[in-house]
Design a protein around this ligand. Structure first.
Ligand code: ADP
Ligand code: MN
Length: 183
């Protein structure tokens, strides 16, 4: 999916982080305010049948990452996308003008999991609960982002409260408004 950021008229932003840190809430709010396209990668893969079967341990579909990248190629080239996903290593670096890593205090996140704030019919399995909590504690997503994207496009934002979400949307709104294509 090679492309030159100068072709884009509006920026592409990746919002990533451990499940539960508020990616979808933030991405949806930002997309609405700025009239950008919100791409929830998990939903997109399910809708387009770009999956590789069901993962029992995590109660979710395996995403076929190559097919998802191919399917998103034209939209990414066009620009103006808020991409919302808990992994980032399969998108080419040139896809994004900004990579946002949301971080939530581990105990706040644990409460979100146990209060079943998620659209998960059976609630979270113990395995998923432990794995996602560890994922935040060990900063797995932040490490993945650092390995895959240049420092100057990465921004880490705290997402412990609803005030944080409002503040983050404001920060990103202002960044998008000031963005101009590279010439
Ligand atoms: P993600 O997409 O990262 O898995 P969601 O945006 O779906 O996370 O949020 C999961 C749940 O946690 C939702 O019920 C949401 O309202 C709540 N939540 C997410 N971020 C925050 C936050 N910063 N403050 C309070 N509640 C939050
Ligand atoms: Mn989500």
């Amino acid at each position: 999916m090679a492309q030159n950021s100068s072709c884009r008229k509006r920026p592409n932003i990746l919002i990533t982080g451990t499940p539960g840190t508020g990616k979808t809430t933030t991405a949806a709010a930002l997309a609405e305010v700025m009239e950008l396209r919100h791409i929830n990668v998990g939903d997109f893969a399910n809708e387009e049948n770009l999956t590789n079967g069901w993962d029992d341990t995590f109660d979710s579909y395996y995403i076929n990452e190559d097919l998802v990248c191919d399917a998103l190629e034209n939209l990414m080239e066009e620009g103006g996308n808020i991409v919302d996903h808990h992994a980032c290593d399969f998108f080419p670096e040139c896809c994004f003008d900004r990579v946002v890593v949301l971080q939530t205090d581990s105990s706040v996140l644990y409460d979100r999991f146990t209060k079943r704030l998620f659209d998960c019919p059976r609630g979270y399995s113990d395995h998923k609960l432990a794995s996602n909590t560890e994922c935040q504690i060990f900063q797995v997503l932040l490490e993945e982002v650092k390995e895959n994207y240049p420092d100057d496009i990465v921004i880490i934002l705290r997402s412990d409260s609803l005030e944080d979400i409002a503040k983050n949307v404001e920060t990103l709104t202002s960044w998008i408004s000031n963005w101009s294509p590279v010439v």
